[in-house]
Design a protein around this ligand. Sequence first.
Ligand code: NAI
Length: 333
Amino acid sequence: MKVAVFSSKSYDHQFLEAENLAHGHELTFFEPRLTHETASLAAGYAAICVFINDTVDGETLRAIAAQGVKLIALRSAGFNHVDLKVAAQLGLLVVRVPAYSPYAVAEHATALILALNRKIYRAYNRVRDDNFALEGLLGFDLHGSTVGIVGTGKVGQCFAQIMHGFGCRLLAYDPYPNEVCQQLGVVYVDLPALFAASDIVSLHCPLTPANHHLINAESLEQMKPGVMLINTSRGALLDTTAVIEGIKARKVGYLGIDVYEQEEALFFEDLSNTVIQDDTFQLLQSFPNVLITAHQAFFTRDALKNIAETTLANITAFAEGQPCVNQVFSAQP
Ligand code: NAI
């Protein structure tokens, strides 16, 4: 099957091509993101393969459907960027990679916590500058700290297991409690109770219309002064402006994010020679207690191999007319 791979980087070529030896699809790699403007590149392809910052809105879906595309293979678990209702109306099948490495994301969340707490990024720069002073590097023991986990699915569970290893007290909020977490001693509480008791709040739930800006001025008000916020899920779970106010008021003591609400304009590209126009992002970067990574939590060898494996298996199932277990359905008719 002819597949147009959008937003492709060298690592996508490497892992998809290696996996494709077992499938034999005709993959064409396009560097540009899928948008309404680049949709014409999909002409002549039965399937397109896209990542999280591709635009898969109604307008783009109509454009690619008109080019003859039948299948949208997401190289991601998240599908909040896809207008599933329009896809269903157009008869476009959407498939995803529901799990590729929850360990990768949970371990990255842990890396953000450790780096922020022990100020590793500052220490690294100081020592390189022969500045061996410790003032300003004071951390706290994770052991005995209370960690609030919002969302205890695959990633949240791995994260709970790691934090349990550190000797943390674990609280969680999830509409569907996870038995493995409960056996570990995770106590399920409602969100206000989680916010009120946690030294660290880490988000591991999907972004939905219901939890857009879950962390906002009101929820920040409920948190402990000096709380550490970690977001490796989706940028729009945080109201960035409210969090900036929280940092300035010293309510938020640390912020570690791998995702950012306006990240499509920034992440995955080398913009080191350009003037960034996003003032909110630049302000965030200016705080000493903020650590930003550019959506790299998933980025391990193991995860990329699993993403390529499942993506190609999804495409093959479609090509052979088999039902695909990883199909994403619209919740709305
Ligand atoms: P999952 O589907 O296994 O688990 C999500 C959990 O969140 C479920 O238990 C669900 O009941 C719960 N949930 C849903 N709405 C909630 C709400 N409003 N409040 C609390 N819990 C809620 O998903 P998985 O694999 O654990 O991934 C979690 C998220 O991690 C993804 O949705 C995605 O946004 C993010 N992610 C980020 C990556 C990165 O590179 N930064 C890579 C992969 C995933």
